[in-house]
Design a protein around this ligand. Structure first.
Ligand code: NAD
Length: 365
């Protein structure tokens, strides 16, 4: 099969981690007889430097003529001083919005080999963590009207509007229930229905959708309780579905309990098959260019791209197996290498490039 992949290396560690994922994709192409054409675009801080804007129209255009977009990360302190619309992060928000990507999926899986890297007590980590959070991506606070003004009392005041309509809620709820059917058949919807009007609508609509899936166990949870339950007993969760801001926060929490933010991929999809795939972390300027970043989140994002946008499930599984085998063989990047000398026995610390090479070589049919 021939597939066109738009590649956004971005800023900070973006270029070095994406390079590792491309090696893995090349290996998949050679082994399985596919052809991947990469069209590289500039977005984020590097696009601001070159074109004066984070997402130039010519970059965005290429996101529409491809099978999937693979993104490293964007941003960095040198661009934090500009006005809001000129921030690198606008590139990612702009792509999601323009491409109609309303459903962001972030799996949080604790590899048993990394149990010691999880900040959870061993007794909790041993129960396993294997959940997926669906975060609504194009509505809510982040996209509502924003204003800063001087109120009648003379005080500087700011407001962010939080709006959801029933269709925005229904479509992401359906994605969550459909996914649950292929997993352990449990959905937990997270809201703040005791306080927010939008959450009350959220709950009402998700409950309606739940009735269409009698084979899936369903429950609601308030967001503060969900945040607590995620660290108290993460094994209870299978599929979680929630709105934009709650999802933003809970997904970072869920990623941390799996050991490192560098391990987790994410996909953003709309109604069609073309999606945006990226690791969940940012551009990590503190470690950029040092060859110590963990490329696994990006490599697993490429695996998601193969499965969801290219119909290549077998190939995606081959990549996941390679990651698992390399961890089994004891190779670790610095972020997942135990600080404790005893626990580090038998493990080998490797850089970003070597980790990429090991996983590439490990991809087998
Ligand atoms: P970050 O995720 O970049 O880094 C947080 C911490 O995790 C740092 O200590 C970093 O070294 C570490 N880390 C992150 N990825 C790692 C990896 N692959 N391997 C090893 N360690 C890793 O978050 P931040 O420091 O808050 O943000 C840095 C920049 O990234 C900011 O400009 C922010 O706006 C941007 N950002 C971009 C995205 C995106 O592109 N989608 C997402 C989040 C943040």
């Amino acid at each position: 099969m021939k597939k066109v992949i738009t590649v956004v290396k971005g800023d900070g560690i973006g270029p070095e981690i994406v390079e590792q994922a491309l090696k893995v994709l090349d290996r998949v192409a050679a082994l399985f007889g596919h052809e991947f054409e990469y069209q590289e675009i500039l977005a984020g801080g590097c696009a601001i430097d070159r074109y004066g804007e984070p997402l130039p129209p010519e970059s965005l255009e290429k996101c529409f003529c491809c099978d999937g977009v693979l993104l490293g990360a964007v941003g960095g302190p040198q661009w934090d001083v500009g006005p809001g619309h000129l921030r690198p992060e606008r590139a990612v928000l702009g792509m999601r919005k323009a491409m109609g990507l309303f459903s962001n999926a972030r799996p949080a899986y604790l590899y048993p080999q990394l149990a010691a890297a999880s900040p959870l007590k061993p007794s909790l980590a041993e129960n396993g963590i294997d959940l997926i959070i669906f975060r609504e991506l194009t509505g809510g606070l982040y996209f509502g009207r924003k204003e800063t003004f001087t109120a009648e009392d003379g005080l500087m005041t700011a407001a962010d509007e939080l709006v959801y309509n029933e269709e925005e809620i229904r479509r992401i709820a359906r994605v969550a229930f459909e996914t649950a059917r292929g997993r352990r058949k449990k959905v937990c919807s997270v809201d703040k229905a005791n306080v927010l009007e939008t959450s009350r609508l959220w709950r009402q609509v998700v409950e309606q959708v739940a009735e269409e899936y009698p084979d899936v166990e369903f429950r609601n949870l308030l967001v503060d309780n969900a945040a607590m339950q995620l660290v108290a007993n993460p094994a209870q969760f299978d599929v979680v579905v929630t709105e934009n801001m709650f999802g933003d926060i809970l997904t970072d929490e869920a990623s941390m309990i799996t050991g490192s933010i560098g391990m987790i991929p994410s996909s953003s999809l709309g109604y069609g098959k073309v999606g945006l795939y990226e690791p969940i972390h940012g551009s990590a300027p503190d470690i950029a260019g040092k060859d110590i970043a963990n490329p696994i989140g990006t490599i697993l994002a490429a695996a998601m791209l193969l499965e969801y946008s290219c119909d290549m499930k077998e190939e995606a599984e081959a990549v996941r197996r390679a990651v698992n085998n390399v961890l089994d063989a004891g190779y670790r990047t610095a972020d997942i290498f135990p600080k404790d000398a005893g626990m580090a026995a038998g493990l080998t610390k490797v850089g970003c490039r070597t980790m990429g090479d090991l996983i590439t070589e490990g991809v087998k049919k």
